[in-house]
Design a binder for this molecule. Structure first.
Ligand code: SF4
Ligand code: SF4
Length: 300
């Protein structure tokens, strides 16, 4: 069903990662997976949320005065009791330090296009364009289909970052003809383990990936997020490497673990199920890289 407006978490202009050249990244809100290590937890739910940043709060208590729901609690570690909050926005409006904010702002396609086309001269001069990320952009496949059609009419290069859990028929009909590059995430090879850590089995994801590879109509870069204790086991890395080799993939991207997401989780009032808080050490990086010696990838 087509919806005219979609919640967007963030729009980042002048980005140099996530595709070639200078790009604008759009982070959609909502994802069909729920990976325990999700690096953008604020983009997981498709609904508007309230976030609280303790580092910006001066404890003036103005928010306490205006909350009719009694959802603000200074002795509660996440500050806002989301089960009572009705998202009225009074506290967001009154907070002098922007410590309280809404996550997710609605954009129509026309509103989004207006922003995305502002930097077209930079895209053109740098070989860049627009990258749709999230959350999962293809969770909103009808909206994204319209958006990429309009962007392609303007000759904008389009990259989509996907978890691969999409409706294939709709993807081929609405999205693929207007897209230039896909970053396709492969996390865990075994379906049961995938379901355990990401909420859904990966059968649909692998089937979509294989079909897209056979289709040969578009550039695809498989990405493997390195998550300590989950995706980085010898067994998982070896199975993923064999799988990609079997599909004659030449180039991949390894995404190093970034523990900074943990503070983002606290801001939206979620206690994470996984809480590894270190960066990858060099020995571990070398071990991980050794599984992919037959592939091209950027060092990390
Ligand atoms: S959004 Fe409204 S209900 Fe929710 S915490 Fe703020 S003032 Fe209270
Ligand atoms: S209004 Fe803002 S700065 Fe003041 S106590 Fe509430 S969250 Fe903190």
């Amino acid at each position: 069903m087509f919806v005219n407006k979609i919640l967007i978490v963030d729009i980042k202009r002048n980005a140099l990662d996530d595709g070639p050249g200078i790009r604008t990244l759009v982070f959609f809100k909502g994802c069909p997976l729920s990976c325990v290590w999700c690096q953008n937890p604020e983009a997981r739910s498709p609904f508007k949320e309230i976030s609280f940043n303790v580092n910006l709060c001066s404890e003036c208590k103005a928010c306490l005065e205006v909350c009719n729901q009694k959802a603000i609690n200074f002795s509660y570690k996440f500050r806002v009791d989301r089960s009572k909050c009705n998202l009225c926005g009074n506290c967001v409006e009154i907070c002098p330090n922007s410590a309280l904010k809404f996550v997710g702002q609605e954009y129509s396609i026309r509103e989004l296009l207006k922003i995305l086309l502002q930097d077209r001269v930079f895209y053109k001069n740098s070989g860049g364009g627009v990258t749709l990320s999230g959350g999962e952009p293809l969770y909103h496949i009808d909206y994204v289909g319209e958006l990429v059609k309009e962007l392609k009419r303007e000759e904008i290069h389009i990259c989509i970052e996907t978890c691969g859990y999409y409706n294939r028929d709709k993807f081929y009909e609405l999205v693929l003809p207007f897209t230039d590059l896909i970053y396709f995430d492969l996390k865990i090879y075994k379906p049961k383990l995938h379901a355990q850590h990401c909420k859904v089995s990966n059968e649909r994801i692998l089937a979509n990936f294989e079909d897209l590879i056979k289709n040969k109509s578009i550039e695809i870069l498989p990405r493997i997020p390195i998550i300590p204790g989950i995706t980085d086991s010898n067994e998982n890395l070896s199975k993923l490497a064999n799988y990609l080799k079997m599909l004659e993939i030449k180039r991949i991207k390894l995404l190093p673990y970034n523990p900074l997401w943990l503070s983002k989780s606290a801001m939206i009032g979620i206690k994470p199920l996984y809480d590894y808080s270190d960066w990858l050490d060099n020995n571990n990086k070398e071990r991980i890289k050794s599984f992919f010696s037959n592939f091209e990838f950027d060092d990390f």
